[in-house]
Design a binder for this molecule. Structure first.
Ligand code: SAM
Length: 584
């Protein structure tokens, strides 16, 4: 069994000056050794071949910045090495361990993202006591937590190189460059009308479904988004006068889609808003009560009380459409009332939030502000539909699972969708507070729903110990490579594509002859092995479901914000792919 260590770099004193931990680390990474003392705890246990994870302490630190392998056991520092040991405490060190295969993480992994999960940090409030000394032993479990958090960061929207890919060319198609913002330049803001409701993870920019709906359907035709998320496709279909259907396994996504596509009459909405806000002010009954794991950790008692009052009052709104609209307003303030850091998409109780623990949390005030904001957007949406939409097209949420669509054969003219990523559980992890507080599902129901997601992360080792192959040579080659380094990830990838193939067959069934299926997706990197997801998707849609791919293109819209220095210098571009597949 390989030992694993955390090597900790801290700020150094150089006379009156401070040499920052990051500079100490970079110098050591460049020179390929780590300075230590025989008194350093664990000194005698260090072995050639052990794995080291580098951590930065110090003022700007609190992050894991890379990993490497010990290339030697402790040995006496050489004269040459001594010259680079500047500042205290390094200048007192007499020994080093050599390092090789150093991988500097860009971006680094903030401790905040994993602090709650790391077992060795027993005291989460005084976490820094666990980073004293130069070398710390790291258990396999904690090492895996760090590795998988880092892997996820690499794929996660907004954080790093989600959708990163080397722009390659598929053998069959000329690759187009789409610029959806230009192609639908009539849209000025991606949050117009009800699109601005709730920051659902990985939502489309509305220009994407709009472009395809406009160009691939006529007014009377039917659009389906089988992974509809918060309903972007359905809102656009409605604005363009097309009937539409949406499916999503996440009950919050279903609620958002219903509300965002249901126009409400201004007078009635204003009247109900005034009544609700008044009722909340005067409410003396029992607050609505919700139960989910670690509720008191995530929500202060006072916030729980006020949220419970708001929810109890919303439940009294008689008309379902208006009640659900208020529920969306409510869902949109839940996160702000929690201890989760708003700067991170998943709920994480960071050090920053711990320091802000005594801040004022005002659910009633936030709710009132949110209702006013969303009322204006809803009224604008309804007015537009009344005045400009030629016909009020139906938008409906049906069923729950993209692999089992409650629609007849050949009943849909166009499918536009962005499927879940391989790490789809994030959709539930990110929205679990909102699902619980709105009463859409209980904790155990959420657990069941998670299992039905395409792209599950947790699989039993009974499943993944054996190598599973799909029969698709290209995909199987990648699965085999990943299996060599990570059996679990290999199985997750296998399962993802098998389930996608099932969904694609269902899409083929419900699509009219000659109808199109448009899918947008980014490529992934799993354990440093590139997975050209978009090309594999084309392969599967053609070979396992019967579609014919007729357009492939990419849009660099997301890329600009995501490009790291390394991407640019490496000539790598981050893109979102879009493919048009036809049922012939
Ligand atoms: C990338 S998001 C879609 C975002 C959407 N385009 C939007 O604009 O909001 C993918 C969605 O697939 C859903 N999903 C995952 N597995 C599913 C399944 N088996 N059936 C239906 N939906 C599923 C997730 O809940 C998630 O909302």
């Amino acid at each position: 069994m390989t030992n694993k260590w955390i090597l900790i770099a801290i700020d150094h004193k150089v006379g009156k000056w401070t040499l920052k931990a990051i500079d100490v680390f970079q110098e050591r990474a460049k020179r390929g050794f780590w300075a230590i003392n025989p008194e350093t705890p664990n000194f005698k246990s260090l072995r050639k071949g052990d794995i080291a994870v580098f951590y930065l302490g110090g003022k700007d630190g609190q992050k894991f910045v890379g990993k490497g392998i010990l290339a030697s056991e402790p040995c006496t520092v050489t004269q040459e090495q001594m010259r680079s040991l500047i500042g205290e405490p390094s200048s007192f060190f007499t020994h080093v361990v050599e390092l090789c295969q150093i991988d500097v993480w860009e971006p680094p992994l903030p401790l905040d993202l994993v602090i709650n999960e790391l077992g060795f940090i027993e005291n989460k409030d005084k976490w820094w006591i666990h980073f004293q000394g130069t070398i710390k032993s790291l258990s396999d479990e904690d090492y895996n937590i760090i590795e998988s958090a880092r892997q996820k960061m690499f794929q996660e929207p907004g954080l790093s190189t989600e959708n990163a890919t080397q722009v390659s060319h598929t053998s069959r198609n000329v690759v187009e460059e789409f610029n959806f913002r230009k192609l639908c330049s009539e849209i000025q803001k991606t949050t117009y009308f009800t699109h601005g409701f709730f920051p659902y993870p990985a939502k489309f920019i509305p220009q994407i479904p709009r472009y395809f709906i406009k160009n691939y359907t006529d007014k009377e035709e039917v659009v389906l988004d089988p992974f509809c998320g918060c309903g972007t496709t359905l809102v656009e279909a409605k604005l363009l006068g097309r009937e539409s259907f949406g499916i999503d396994i996440n009950p919050l996504a279903q609620l958002l889609t219903r509300v965002k596509t249901t126009p409400l009459e201004k007078g009635e909405l204003e009247k109900e808003t005034n009544l609700l806000l008044q009722r909340i002010k005067e409410y003396h009954g029992e607050p609505w009560n919700v139960d989910f794991p670690n509720k008191d950790y995530w929500f202060e008692k006072s916030a729980q009380q006020e949220l419970g009052v708001i929810k109890a009052c919303i439940d009294e709104v008689p008309k379902k459409e208006i009640r659900e609209f208020f529920l969306v307003c409510f869902a949109s303030i839940v996160r702000k009332c929690s201890n989760a850091d708003p700067k991170i998409s998943k709920p994480v109780f960071t050090k920053r939030m711990r320091e802000l623990k005594d801040r004022k949390i005002e659910p009633k005030k936030y709710f009132e502000e949110k209702v006013k904001e969303y009322c204006n957007q809803m009224v604008a949406f309804s007015t537009y539909l009344n005045c400009y939409a030629e016909k009020s097209a139906k938008a409906e949420v049906i069923g729950k699972d993209a692999r089992d669509i409650e629609l007849g054969d050949e009943s849909v003219d166009l499918i536009v969708t962005s499927p879940p990523f391989v790490n789809a559980q994030e959709y539930f992890r990110t929205t679990k507070f909102e699902i619980s507080w709105t009463g859409l599902a209980k904790a155990e129901e959420i657990r069941d729903l998670k299992r039905q997601l395409i792209g599950v992360e947790r699989v039993s080792n009974h499943d993944y110990m054996e190598l599973h192959l799909t029969g698709n040579p290209r995909l199987d080659d990648i699965i085999k490579k990943i299996y060599m380094v990570d059996k679990q990830r290999a199985y997750i990838l296998y399962q993802y594509f098998v389930e996608m193939a099932r969904a694609f067959k269902e899409f083929y069934r419900v699509l009219a002859n000659n109808g199109c299926f448009v899918i947008t997706i980014g490529d992934n990197i799993v354990r440093k092995i590139p997975v050209p997801t978009h090309e594999l998707i084309i392969d599967i849609a053609e070979n396992h479901a019967g579609f014919k791919c007729e357009r492939v293109g990419y849009d660099v819209i997301k890329a600009h914000a995501l490009m790291t220095k390394r991407n640019v210098t490496g000539g790598v571009m981050s893109v979102e792919w879009a493919m048009v597949m036809r049922k012939l």
